[in-house]
Design a protein around this ligand. Structure first.
Ligand code: F3S
Length: 91
């Protein structure tokens, strides 16, 4: 699976969500998360993110390892997001 990391926090550009063929992004107030049970590792989202927030789970930087678990948990309880939005002002 792929994982959204802290680089997305307070940004939420949402360029990633529109290219996902399986609609596996879920939206929180501050960032988005990927459901690992749905992600097919197509990598379409990776080059779309302007802040390089998305990594394959095997390549998540050390400081953001906790996001593997956070994506798995948070994606279960949030609404799916498939459409582009304005990025957050704090980015
Ligand atoms: Fe976040 Fe990048 Fe997507 S900032 S919403 S992972 S395009």
């Amino acid at each position: 699976t792929h994982v959204v990391t802290e680089a997305c926090f307070n940004c939420k550009y949402t360029d990633c969500v529109v290219v996902c063929p399986v609609e596996c992004f879920y939206e929180a107030d501050s960032m988005v998360y990927i459901n690992p049970d749905e992600c097919i590792d197509c990598e379409a989202c990776v080059p779309e993110c302007p802040v390089e927030a998305i990594y394959h789970e095997d390549n998540v930087p050390e400081k953001w390892q906790e996001y593997i678990q956070i994506n798995a948990e948070k994606s279960q309880e949030l609404p799916v997001i498939t459409e582009k939005k304005e990025p957050l002002a704090d980015c």
